[in-house]
Structure formats: structure tokens, C-alpha cells
Write a protein of this length. Structure first.
Length: 805
């Protein structure tokens, strides 16, 4: 079936009547948007059925990508694009008398994630489908996604994100595939026919109902699925428990189910040791593993070949309980021996590490396991005991035994569990994987070096370039054709145009247009008037001390002071844009947001800054904002303390859209530098190695006394701005530390080098042709950061599955 504007229009009208009981004349923008989604969902559902039949009949190996977060953003334009229906759909909507842009804009972001980790999962699902790998994503169907951020009096206020009101059109509930997850209770063993049977009883039940979202790939008939688990209580009132007099437990099941899939934890790169979080994790893991093993048995009649046909990739340690849960299913339910079950498990689970920050490493108190997951706890103890034996036999070193243990001192260490039970462990950039091998997991790596891999992150370049930047996409197609859509490496063919003045001028014109479009959008969104004649200098990402938004702020303060000293100086105009959510419990991060807003208030209201310096905090940074902003950005701030950012993916989105990077040699910036060279980006600061040596015996106060520019900027923090708020707390934190080391993230150590690099940025910008040439090289060499390349790397080195070349 091929779809035209006319057939799509008819289908939309039909959906309006059947689902919303209205005509196109009566429909609201929201109803039109949902009707469009339902039409595309039907097309994908049919292809999904065909894909699954084919995968099963050909007995292909399947990838199961498990992640507590999937930051999907919007899907309508993306799916229409991938199904190659964007043009007819737009036409159909307009023919019904609606503005297509308004309809697309109605769709809420599916914000089921915090930042990079969740967005990565979303990009990979798209690429796995485009590469025709049979893959399913799994997560929780949070009722509330990442909070909406409001700025009130300069401070962050969090509002609930009830995305499902308008965003549920993509979800297809599959109640017939419900799984049951068990919490608490007691474990008893009994002999049955010479077999030791494990009996788990008196548990609390929670139902896991799948809500499937179909994922279309580009230039393929294949459709994959994102399976989101919704928690439901077994019965409104459980008559059996009730009649047994156990009404308390009946109530418990209700309460537990209501709360498990209620809300996403809003911490990024930070571990929350709450029992509800562990409940979410086990709910997610148990439902998923039961579902995967049930389907496998349906196809093959046994679990003995499970590892040959399935691979389970876990996105950080959050789903690490798949290891004991798969063991439980294989041993308790399928009756396999421990050794057989362990072989299957350790040949199917692979672990991706996402951070080396100590505060992000998951460690659960043993006691939580004992009460909440008694059978899983028994299995964990056995896994830990055998692993410990292996470590002892290898090292004969009590220190190493302690360091590498899965359970130690009453604490369960999830990363060590993943190392013990995983077939592969990978970092997400070359530098990060090296740090894992040589530092964080050094001892495990010496034991089993072949398990340690690298897969550098990537982003879906169809979304993050072609779809969001039609001007640039048009120019690229004109110059090198559309082959780059499926082969991002072809972008290289743009490199020779660096000497073509006409092409460079068009690049500049496209950027100018995108800046104006963004400025109009920002004005509509938050009433701010951006100076489009200024350089758009952007830092958008979660707010975290290691990402060093505060370093950016210190430099802007120094610039402002320079302008105060000499208002007539030759000053290339700059607009500094920030976007960042802070975890609600992260007080320092929230203070930094307030500081940015105080500084913005000061600078934007000072006549000497007019037309020269502007600072704007963009409220509620999210995927759909990033999609507007990336095409308009000229400078990309990637300034984390070297060694701390595992990869970064924002850096890649900027690069693809022709922004130039000012950054440290951290995460994927290292690989970016390898393809660009010093001449096409602005590097500064300590290397990871230097930074790790610095931390010992580092004296920020000495730097404060010696560098007058730095001292004056820091003193301004203490004094505050015209709104009268003092930031002495941040000043103290940098110079002396407040229950933490002074200037942990080495802002002061990198300050001078950062200022010098910023100066190089503005100096270079004056030479428009040179800047445009650098921009073109960035676009041309960004192909390595396509998620297609990352997924191909996973397929080649870890999953061992074929894919479309
Ligand atoms: C890409 C993306 C991120 C990750 O940005 P980093 O700079 O890599 O931390 C976070 N949030 C959103 C909305 C994104 O699109």
C-alpha cells in the first residue's frame, strides 16, 4: 500500500470520527495531532507484525536493549520522515485546514529520561531499526517524565510532566502479554522427586502491562518496538486475599503498583539509594526477562539455546538485576543446573558503563535485598561467593578480593555484579574506555582483558541533522546527494568544498536564517529578544559541577568587567545561551542556575552591554528545544573537567550542525579532535592525566592571589549583582571547599587557558571565511558520530549479529 496526501487525509478524518467522535471542522490541534499519530501507528503496527514473523521464522538472533530511560522526544515528524511520508502528511494536514507546523508543535516530548544516557537509547533504537537488526527496547512507562522547568525569580521550579494526556497516541497496550512481578515474602525449599524445589510464598504481586511503541527505521520495511512496562495492581480488590482475611496485603499490592511506574527519578549521573528506585529496577528487569524468555520458549521450546538467539545489552548498571533474574528463571523455573544457567547468562548479558563519578556508582544495602527480593538475594550471594573464589584464585590478594567483591560490608555493588556476570563491558568513548581498563576496573581487566571493549557513542544523524536543519540538508544533497542519510561517512565528500567561496557563503546564510528562526521561537516561548547579530555561544546539558557551567559564567563575568573598564573597546558581540535542568535535590546546581539568571539580569540591563553582550537562560531544556537550537548554534561549549565526561553526545549534535567546539580533551572530544585537528576546534585546559595528578596538593587559593582577572571575577561572585543576591557560597566552595575538596573540578586551574581559547574563538569569528571553512570541516567529518556507526560497532564486536551495510 502506498500512501498519498489524499489517502492520508481520508485516514485522518476516519480516525477523528472513530476515536474522538468529531469532524475535521470540530477537531482541536491536539486531536489532529493524535489522529495523525494513530494513522502512522497503524502503518507501523502492520509492519511490526511482519517483522516479528520474519525474525521468528528465520530464527534470527535478537538484541534486547534495556534502559531505565528512553528520552524519545517527539515522534510524529520523525516517524513521518522515516516512513517517507513527511510531505504527504504535511499536505494532508494543510488540506484539512490546519497549519502543519502548529500540529507538529502540539506533540509533547516523551521525556522518559534525564539527559545523554536516555537520549542515547532513543538514538540507538532508531539506528538498530535502520540497520535492520531485530531489536527491542525496554523501559518503564512512567506516568510523569522528567519534570518541566520553570524559572521564577531566577530560580528553578519543578512542575509535573503529564505527557500521556496527548502523548499516548503512540502507545499500544498489550494486556494479553502481562507479566507478574513478585516482591517480599519468604523463600522455602522442599524436596520433590529428588529435586530441591525453591518455593517463594507470601509475596506481594504487581502486574506489568506492556505498552508498545513501534519504531520506524529509514529506508527499510523493518519496524522494531519499544516496550514500556506499566505497573498495575492485580485486582481492584483481591477477593482471594480478602476472603482469607489478608486485606492488608491486598491494599499493599494496590499501593505498590500505583507508585512503581508513577515517576522517573530526576537524577542524572547520580545514584539514589531509595527503596522505590530498587522496586522500579526489579519490576522492570523481572517483567522484561519473563517476557523475553517466554517468547524464546514459544519459538524454540527450550531455554538451553537462549544465549545463541538473544543478547541483552544493559544501559549502565540500572538493569543489572537481569543477571540474578535470568539465573532465577533458568534454575527455579526451567530446572537447569547452576553451571548451565551461569553459562547461558554470562553469554547473553553485556554491560555499558556510563560514568566514572563515584557518586553515580550504584551500591544497595544488603538488608533491602533481603526483605524486598529474598530469592534474588540468595542467588546474588551464590554469584558473589563463586566470583570471590575466582578472584582469590587469580590474585591471592585480600585487598583485591575486597575491591572486586559483588557483596561487601553489607552492600551490593552493581558494577562488580555486571563485571562478574557480563560477557562484555564497554565504555562510551576511547578515553573513557581506557580509564575503565587502566583505572576504575583495572583488576578485573587484568583477569579478563578480552571482555573490555569500547563503543564510542553516536547520535541519530537523520534526526539531528537532516530533519531539524532542512537548510543544511538541502545544501548537502545538492553537493553530494542523499547517500549520506544511510552512510554518514559520505559527509566527508563535503571536505573539498572548503575552498569554494560560494558554498561557504551559503553555509553562513543558512546559519543566519536558523538563528533568526530560533530567535522568533525563543521570543514566542519566553519573550526574550535575542541579538541575532551576535555569536550564538551555547552551553546546553544537565547542570552538574563536573560539566563546569560555572567556568563559563566566570569567563562571562571577566568579559563584562573588561567592557566596564573600556566601554568603547572593539568587542565582537556575543550572546551566551544556557539551558540546563538541575536535579531537584542538588542544591549547588540550583544555585548555579540562579547565578546565571542573576548575571543575565545584570548584563542585559546594563546599557554598556547593549548590542555587545547578552546572557540568556533558556527555560526547560529538552529534546524539542535542542532540535530548534542546534541548527542555530555557532559555538559549542564542551568544557567538562578532563576525565569526567564519559562521552557527551551534545558535542556531536553541535558539530553536525556546523558549530565550532571550545572544549577540553574529554570524552568524545578526543575523537573529535583526532578528525578535526587543532586547526578546526578550540582546545584548552588540562588533560585527563594532568587533571588526575593535579587533584593531589592542588591549591586554588594560590591561583586566586596570582591572577588578577580571576580574582576580580571571583570577588564579583561574592558581591553578587544588582538583584542583591550574594554567591559567597559558590565562592567559598571554589576557594576553600565546603564539606568537599576546594575546587574539585579544577575550574581555577583551567581558567586562564579557557579565557585564552575564548579569545581565539572571537578572533577567528572576525574572519568569516575562515570560520565558515572550519564549520564546513566540522560537518564533513561528523560522520563517525552517527549512531549507525556505534550500532555497527556493537553488532561487530559484542552482539555478533548481521546488519544492513
Ligand atoms: C543530547 C542531549 C543531552 C546530552 O547532552 P550532553 O552535552 O552530552 O550532556 C541532554 N539532554 C538533551 C535534551 C539532549 O538532547
Amino acid at each position: 500500500m502506498t500512501y498519498t496526501k489524499e489517502t492520508l487525509q481520508e485516514a485522518i478524518v476516519q480516525k477523528l470520527r472513530l476515536n474522538y467522535g468529531c469532524t475535521e471542522k470540530q477537531a482541536t490541534d491536539g486531536e489532529i495531532m493524535k489522529a495523525c499519530a494513530l494513522v502512522l501507528r497503524d502503518i507501523m503496527a502492520e509492519r511490526g507484525v511482519r517483522t516479528r514473523e520474519e525474525v521468528d521464522s528465520q530464527e534470527k538472533r535478537k538484541v534486547h536493549y534495556m534502559s531505565m530511560e528512553f528520552l524519545m522526544g517527539r515522534s510524529l515528524m520523525k516517524n513521518a520522515y522515516n516512513l517517507e511520508l513527511l510531505e504527504p502528511l504535511t499536505g494532508a494536514v494543510e488540506a484539512l485546514g490546519f497549519k502543519a507546523a502548529d500540529i507538529f508543535d502540539m506533540e509533547p516530548d516523551a521525556g522518559l529520561g534525564n539527559g545523554g544516557l536516555g537520549r542515547l537509547a532513543a538514538c540507538y533504537l532508531g539506528s538498530m531499526t535502520t540497520l535492520e537488526i531485530p531489536a527491542t527496547g525496554y523501559s518503564i512507562c512512567y506516568e510523569l517524565g522528567i519534570f518541566k522547568q520553570k524559572i521564577v525569580d531566577g530560580q528553578q521550579v519543578e512542575l509535573p510532566d503529564d505527557w500521556k494526556n496527548l502523548g499516548d497516541a503512540w502507545l499500544m497496550p498489550k494486556p494479553q502479554e502481562t507479566e507478574e512481578v513478585h516482591f517480599g515474602g519468604k523463600v522455602r525449599t522442599r524436596w520433590d522427586n529428588g529435586h530441591l524445589m525453591v518455593v517463594h510464598e507470601d509475596y506481594t504481586r504487581v502486574l506489568a502491562v506492556p505498552c508498545d511503541m513501534e519504531i520506524a527505521g529509514y529506508d527499510t520495511q523493518q519496524v522494531n518496538t519499544l516496550r514500556l512496562w506499566d505497573a498495575k495492581s492485580p485486582k481492584p480488590i483481591d477477593m482471594k486475599l480478602f476472603s482469607e482475611g489478608q486485606y492488608l496485603r491486598a491494599g499493599e499490592e494496590r499501593a505498590m503498583a500505583d507508585v512503581i511506574s508513577k515517576v522517573l527519578y530526576p537524577e542524572d549521573n547520580h545514584y539514589e539509594g531509595k527503596s522505590l528506585r530498587l522496586k522500579q529496577q526489579y519490576f522492570f528487569v523481572s517483567a522484561t526477562m519473563q517476557s523475553i524468555t517466554r517468547q524464546h520458549i514459544q519459538t524454540y521450546g527450550t531455554l538451553k539455546n537462549f544465549h545463541e538467539k538473544n543478547i541483552i545489552q544493559i544501559n549502565d548498571t540500572h538493569p543489572a538485576l537481569v543477571i540474578p533474574e535470568l539465573m532465577r528463571i533458568l534454575v527455579d523455573d526451567a530446572g537447569l543446573s547452576w553451571d548451565e544457567a551461569w553459562h547461558i547468562t554470562t553469554c547473553s548479558v553485556a554491560y555499558t558503563n556510563h560514568t566514572v563519578l563515584a557518586e553515580a556508582l550504584e551500591c544497595w544495602p544488603q538488608q533491602l535485598f533481603e526483605t524486598l527480593l529474598p530469592r534474588v538475594w540468595q542467588i546474588l550471594q551464590e554469584i558473589a561467593r563463586r566470583w570471590q573464589e575466582k578472584v582469590e584464585n587469580f590474585y591471592h590478594d585480600p585487598e583485591k578480593t575486597a575491591k572486586m567483591a559483588v557483596i561487601w560490608d553489607g552492600v551490593v555493588r552493581m558494577a562488580n555484579l555486571c563485571i562478574a556476570g557480563g560477557m562484555a563491558i564497554n565504555g562510551v568513548s576511547a578515553l573513557h574506555s581506557d580509564i575503565l581498563r587502566h583505572d576504575v576496573f583495572r583488576d578485573a581487566c587484568r583477569m579478563e582483558p578480552e571482555k573490555f571493549k569500547n563503543v564510542t557513542n553516536g547520535v541519530d544523524h537523520r534526526r539531528w541533522l537532516s530533519q531539524i536543519n532542512p537548510g543544511l540538508d538541502g545544501l548537502i544533497r545538492e553537493l553530494i546527494g542523499d547517500g549520506y542519510l544511510t552512510h554518514a561517512g559520505h559527509l566527508q565528500e563535503l571536505d573539498p568544498y572548503a575552498e569554494d567561496g560560494a558554498v561557504l557563503a551559503r553555509l553562513e546564510e543558512i546559519k543566519r536564517c536558523n538563528k533568526e528562526t530560533f530567535a522568533r521561537w525563543a521570543y514566542r516561548q519566553q519573550g526574550v529578544q535575542l541579538n541575532t547579530d551576535a555569536i550564538f555561544n551555547v552551553q546546553v546539558k544537565r547542570l552538574h559541577e563536573y560539566k563546569r557551567q560555572l567556568l563559563n559564567v566566570l569567563h562571562i563575568i571577566a568579559l563584562y568587567q573588561q567592557l566596564q573598564d573600556d566601554p568603547d573597546m572593539d568587542f565582537p558581540p556575543q550572546t551566551f545561551l544556557f539551558g540546563a535542568k538541575a536535579a531537584p535535590g542538588y542544591a549547588v546546581a540550583k544555585r548555579i542556575i540562579r547565578l546565571i539568571n542573576s548575571l543575565a539580569d545584570q548584563v542585559n540591563n546594563d546599557p554598556i552591554c547593549k548590542g555587545k553582550l547578552q546572557v540568556v537562560f533558556l527555560e526547560n531544556y529538552r529534546v524539542s528545544m535542542a532540535e530548534m537550537l542546534m541548527p542555530a548554534s555557532e559555538v559549542s561549549q564542551q568544557i567538562s573537567t578532563a576525565g569526567k565526561e564519559a562521552s557527551g553526545t551534545g558535542n556531536m549534535k553541535f558539530m553536525m550542525n556546523g558549530a565550532l567546539t571550545i572544549g577540553t580533551l574529554d570524552g568524545a572530544n578526543v575523537e573529535m579532535h583526532e578528525v578535526l585537528g587543532d586547526e578546526n576546534m578550540f582546545l584548552f585546559g588540562l588533560t585527563a592525566e594532568e587533571a588526575s595528578h593535579m587533584s593531589r596538593g592542588y591549591d586554588p587559593y594560590l591561583l586566586y592571589t596570582r591572577d588578577p582577572v580571576l580574582r576580580r571575577a571571583l570577588d564579583q561572585l561574592k558581591a553578587g549583582f544588582r538583584d542583591g543576591v550574594s554567591y559567597e557560597d559558590l565562592y567559598q566552595r571554589l576557594l576553600f571547599g565546603v564539606d568537599c575538596p576546594a575546587d574539585q573540578y579544577l575550574l581555577l586551574a583551567d581558567f586562564a587557558s579557557y579565557c585564552a581559547a575564548s579569545q581565539r574563538v572571537t578572533d577567528t569569528y572576525r574572519d568569516r571565511e575562515k570560520w565558515n571553512r572550519m564549520s564546513l570541516h566540522n560537518i564533513a567529518r561528523s560522520g563517525i558520530f552517527s549512531a549507525d556507526r556505534s550500532v555497527a560497532d556493537y553488532a561487530d564486536t559484542i552482539w555478533h549479529v548481521p546488519y544492513k551495510k
